[in-house]
Design a protein around this ligand. Structure first.
Ligand SMILES: Nc1ncnc2c1ncn2[C@@H]1O[C@H](COP(=O)(O)OP(=O)(O)OP(=O)(O)O)[C@@H](O)[C@H]1O
Ligand SMILES: [Mg+2]
Length: 459
């Protein structure tokens, strides 16, 4: 049994118990009261009928007859004159009877009255009716009933109530026990799931069949667990690739440094080795810079500071910047841009994006091919499209979905040669998305690739 179901159960139980006690006591007192009222009314009615008989003929025979009639019943009658003299009685008078008959009889109303109704403490309940003949008060008829029988009846009633009450309480306890278990079960499951999550076990499964708030909560926890699990896997893979990426150039650096150190190595050879070491170190520092960029994108310290930029001027500058590298490889770079296009962008960041894309086109294109950097305006969507189009080696269709993953390269050995680490496009994507834009790649193996960045235009 867990804390919450105990709490809930006790709360339910206390509430239902109070409700039951109130209902039962109402029922009990109501029943007892109405039984007593019935008894009193019956007693009085009996007295009244005797009185009617006596009012018709108030003679000795009738009086004795009336007394005789009561000897067999569980009630008693006493007939007395208006002065208090007992004319007849159905049984011996006991002292409580005598005490009850001592009250002021002048005030007895015509329809009779109740003399004693305290059944719980007294020995009798009693009524009195006046005998009136020709408007003259002749005497009184007293009726008595021993309270023993009433007390037994009430006692039996009480026993019944105790029995039914205890049964109800037992049933309540059982119901509350199961109910609180059922209600708290999903909560307990979720608690266990979050506990497991906090311990780093992200493989938890939280079942959620209900469509209510609890179900939604369970679903959220499940999503959280799945996301965390995914993140954990991704991070592990990323770390594995990173360490691999770092190890390879370091092995070269170590190896060549070792050879360069040796005696008997000619100056020319040593310079050669040092050059390789230099290049590897360059590659490493580029990698570290990219990683640092990614880390910044991940943290929220990466803020896009947008300004209004003329896209023609922006792309033109970039084209001029990269042109020497293209010329060196014998690739022609074209630039086209309609006038008067503006967008809100973070200039240095988007420049980083464009240079990355152009660098890919340069790296993955052959001599004597063409690369186009073009800006277009989609009038209907009011979107600006920045594209880099090459006639290079292209990307296999099945690889395109993975191209934005960190450290992902289509052909590992191929891009190692060209010094790529597979981080470029993942950084590009993050930056474009931080701008609220989109990036699309269309590519055909052996024909070429078109990378398009879609941005919101502005006037
Ligand atoms: N224009 C392109 N033509 C052909 N393949 C491309 C092109 N652009 C990207 N790729 C493929 O996608 C992979 C991922 O590109 P990305 O820019 O992320 O990494 P990289 O160029 O290898 O390294 P980095 O950009 O970090 O120096 C590349 O390794 C390459 O195989
Ligand atoms: Mg690249």
């Amino acid at each position: 049994m867990n804390k919450i179901s105990i709490k809930l159960g006790l709360l339910f139980f206390a509430f239902i118990l109070i409700l039951e006690i109130i209902l039962f006591s109402f029922l009990y007192t109501g029943l007892v009261d109405s039984r007593i009222d019935e008894e009193l009314a019956e007693l009085k009615a009996r007295g009244e009928s005797h009185r009617h008989v006596l009012e018709k003929s108030f003679d000795k025979t009738t009086i004795e007859h009336v007394a005789l009639m009561e000897t067999e019943a569980d009630t008693d009658v006493v007939i007395m004159t208006h002065k208090g003299k007992v004319l007849a009685k159905s049984n011996e008078l006991t002292s409580p009877m005598k005490r009850l008959m001592k009250h002021e009889r002048g005030s007895v109303p015509f329809e009779g009255m109740i003399v004693e109704k305290r059944w719980a403490t007294e020995s009798y309940i009693s009524t009195v009716s006046p005998i009136v003949i020709d408007d003259r008060l002749i005497g009184h008829v007293y009726m008595f009933k021993s309270t023993n029988s009433i007390q037994t009846m009430v006692y039996k009633l009480k026993q019944h109530f105790i029995l039914v009450g205890s049964l109800t309480i037992i049933l309540t306890v059982i119901t509350v026990f199961f109910l609180s278990k059922v209600i708290t079960l999903p909560l307990i499951r979720m608690k266990q799931a979050t506990k497991a999550l906090s311990k780093g076990d992200f493989t938890v499964v939280v079942s959620h069949r209900s469509k209510d708030e609890l179900g939604e909560l369970a679903e959220s926890i499940q999503t959280l667990a799945n996301d965390l699990n995914h993140l954990k896997k991704e991070r592990n893979e990323f770390l594995a690739s990173i360490s691999h990426e770092l190890r390879t150039p370091l092995t070269y650096v170590k190896g060549y440094a070792d050879i360069a150190k040796r005696k008997g190595v000619s100056d020319e050879e040593r310079n050669n080795y040092l050059q390789i070491i230099y290049e590897e170190a360059e590659h490493l520092s580029g990698l570290v810079k990219d990683l640092f960029d990614l880390a910044k994108v991940d943290q929220h310290s990466f803020v896009i500071q947008k300004e209004k930029v003329s896209l023609c001027e922006f792309t033109n500058k970039i084209a001029e910047k990269v042109r020497p590298a293209f010329m060196k490889k014998g690739i022609e770079l074209f630039h086209s841009c309609p006038d008067g296009l503006f967008a809100m962008i973070d200039r240095p960041r988007l420049e980083q994006v464009m240079i990355n894309l152009l660098d890919n086109s340069l790296k993955y294109s052959n001599r004597n091919s063409k690369v186009r950097l073009q800006v277009e305006h989609d009038q209907t969507k009011n979107k600006i499209e920045l594209s880099v189009i090459d006639e290079g080696i292209g990307i296999p269709k099945e690889e395109i979905p993975f191209i934005f993953n960190r450290l992902y390269r289509v052909e590992k050995s191929r891009s190692r040669e060209s010094g790529g680490s597979g981080l470029g496009l993942s950084i590009v994507k993050e930056i474009v998305e931080a701008h609220g834009g989109q990036i699309n790649i269309v590519s055909e193996l052996g024909k070429g690739t078109k990378v398009t960045i879609e941005l919101e235009g502005c006037k």
